[in-house]
Design a protein around this ligand. Structure first.
Ligand SMILES: C[S@@+](CC[C@H](N)C(=O)[O-])C[C@H]1O[C@@H](n2cnc3c(N)ncnc32)[C@H](O)[C@@H]1O
Length: 272
């Protein structure tokens, strides 16, 4: 199953090279690149960089914080946190091609010394107990059946009292998901929890839930805008760079999935 998930995301070969080509085509100067220039491709979750900054505000970060990003993708959220709070962020991700691209892209924007990325599985983290002050995971658990192990691992590596933010796509009440979607081209690698199951999973892992926010309406508007841009000339550098041409179909399906409440987006601020 892990191989199927990694090949869903990382099948496109040299991702950093492909993204650099797109950035140059969009007129970006590769010697003066900022994290904002990358945000349309490296913040790979609904509502993008805005959501990252909103959620990060709950993590109580400062310049001494060591933060773990579980399922770090291309590293956009890790770089956003490192740049904003001057903290150090470690990213772990199943997809080696994403880890390689995340490392290269961090060098492009001068953040290589404040982030690091390694390949690994969220259900078996290669870190000591209590190694991190805070942790986050955004749009990752949809690919993970063993969510009990994932959240138990997040709890294990956090210091007591440390904050954990989980922002994920959940199963809604409006019916079955319409595929393909950005995390799966068909149902075998999609494992959505319901909101009730999600709260139980987090509590059973030993977290206290401090706040919950359902952002489904804002997510619907965000994907409606994205689908409209895809139907026009499209943003120059987006998830299509690694998901391929069917991202346009995925975006249309996400509008329907969100509008029908087949899916919901919910974030949980937790304390270890
Ligand atoms: C939709 S992307 C989100 C990436 C990143 N969190 C972000 O918001 O930009 C989902 C990521 O989860 C990773 N992933 C899926 N299953 C995983 C697992 N079992 N362990 C670690 N990473 C996993 C994928 O490789 C992919 O990078």
């Amino acid at each position: 199953m892990a191989d199927e998930v990694a090949s869903h995301y990382g099948g496109a070969g040299d991702l950093a090279g492909a993204i650099a080509d797109r950035l140059r085509q969009a007129g970006k100067d590769m010697d003066r690149l900022t994290t904002a220039d990358l945000a349309s491709v490296d913040e790979f979750h609904i509502r993008g960089r805005k959501a990252t900054l909103e959620l990060a505000a709950s993590l109580n970060l400062d310049g001494n914080s060591r933060v773990l990003d579980i399922g770090s993708g291309l590293g956009g959220p890790a770089r956003t946190l490192a740049e904003t709070f001057f903290c150090h962020v470690t990213g772990i991700d199943l997809t080696q091609a994403f880890c390689d691209a995340a490392t290269a892209m961090s060098g492009w924007v001068g953040l290589a010394d404040r982030v690091d990325f390694r390949q690994g599985d969220a259900t078996s983290l290669p870190f000591d107990d209590h190694a991190f002050d805070a942790a986050m995971t955004m749009h990752v658990a949809m690919n993970i059946a063993a969510k009990d192990r994932m959240y138990a691992e997040a709890r294990r590596v956090l210091k007591p009292g440390g904050r954990f933010v989980a922002y994920d796509v959940l199963q809604g009440e409006g019916g079955e998901v319409i595929y393909p979607v950005p995390w799966a081209r068909e149902p075998s690698i999609s494992h959505l929890a319901t909101p009730d199951a999600m709260a139980s999973l987090l509590r059973d892992a030993g977290f206290r839930i401090v706040a919950t926010e359902d952002s489904t309406e804002a997510s619907q508007r965000w994907f409606e805008d994205m689908a409209a841009r895809m139907a026009g000339s499209g943003p120059a550098v987006t998830f299509q760079t690694f998901l391929g041409a069917d991202f346009a179909t995925m975006a249309r399906n996400q509008v329907a999935n969100l509008r029908d409440r087949r899916i919901r987006t919910v974030s949980y601020v937790c304390e270890a």
